[in-house]
Design a protein around this ligand. Structure first.
Ligand SMILES: [Zn+2]
Length: 310
């Protein structure tokens, strides 16, 4: 390293002597060295007539690190629940990310082999033949977003010095919750979500989800997309199958649908991300309308922020 640095310093100087009229920027371009390095080396040479660093020159680790350490401590003290990812972002260490370990469902042997074959066939025989693949699913969201389950952390020198309010969270067993149904497409489009506090039976599913929301969403596409519901029996009931037929919806047939495969369905990741964002907001919703508004707001903000495409 030192030899290379010395070499490039010599290169800079000799080129400078050879072409005294060239600017530092032009020299840098010629040598493929950043112009600030060229300026620094030449300035040092003019001042001290040497290419060597002075004794004790170079970056001093002490105060700089002390400063960062203090900053880290202050941030953690203010909020022990801060993740290392956000911490790194705050103190400006780029390129650090924290990832969650992926959980895979516990499929039995028969399910495993069916899932594998069907997933392969679904991909080869169906997905590749359509421009778009629409996936729909429902999930429950707690009215009090703080109650949405998920991993949370706290950081401290010792857990005894961290305030209880960062360490413990009261979970209520019977917290009220809302059901959200939404369809997302591989092209990145999402449809109008359906929110309800009640349960969804076959009739409601057909009228509120399929008729009012899925159909217009499919028709929004120039080419008919493939619809991939999950294997729940109500998605393949007789009246629903008739509805697909009557509205010429191209759907994944039941015997082609891989069982218990959440890791293959991006809609599951979408739920997880939305829930994480809502939990962070720590808000509470009043009614279905409020839930829908908060869901769409979060979606809009977060969508713009990440420009996430599935
Ligand atoms: Zn699409």
């Amino acid at each position: 390293m030192e030899v290379n640095q010395r070499e490039s310093r010599e290169q800079i100087l000799s080129k400078h002597l050879e072409f005294p009229d060239l600017s530092h920027r032009q020299l840098g371009k010629m040598l493929n060295i950043h112009h600030s390095t060229v300026s620094r080396v030449l300035k040092r040479f003019q001042e001290r007539l040497t290419l060597d660093h002075g004794k004790g020159a170079g970056r001093k680790p002490g105060p700089e690190n002390k400063k960062t350490e203090g900053k880290v401590k202050r941030i953690i003290k203010a909020n022990p629940n801060v993740s290392s990812r956000n911490l790194a972002k705050k103190i400006g260490i780029a390129g650090l990310h924290t990832y969650k370990v992926q959980n895979f469902p516990n499929r039995d042997e028969r399910q495993q082999s069916t899932a594998k074959t069907r997933a392969r066939k679904l991909y080869e025989k169906m997905l590749t033949k359509y421009g778009c693949c629409v996936m729909a699913d429902e999930t429950y969201i707690k009215a009090d977003f703080k109650q949405i389950p998920g991993l949370e952390f706290f950081t401290g020198k010792s857990k005894f010095y961290v305030d209880d309010k960062f360490k413990k969270k009261k979970m209520s067993k019977f917290a009220s919750k809302y059901l959200i149904w939404q369809a997302i497409c591989s092209c990145g489009l999402r449809n109008e979500p359906f929110v309800t506090k009640g349960t969804v039976n076959g009739e409601i599913y057909k009228s509120e989800c399929l008729e009012k929301r899925l159909l217009p969403f499919l028709q929004q596409h120039d080419e008919a997309p493939l619809f991939w519901p999950d294997l729940a029996s109500c998605h393949y009931s007789k009246s629903v199958l008739e509805w697909y037929e009557a509205n010429s919806v191209h759907f994944v047939p039941k015997d082609r649908n891989p069982p218990n495969c959440p890791e293959l369905r991006p809609v599951e990741q979408y739920w997880a991300m939305m829930k994480r964002e809502l939990r962070k907001s720590k808000k509470t919703v009043k009614d279905e309308k409020d839930m829908l508004r908060k869901w769409k707001n979060k979606l809009r903000k977060w969508y713009r922020m990440t420009l996430y495409r599935l």
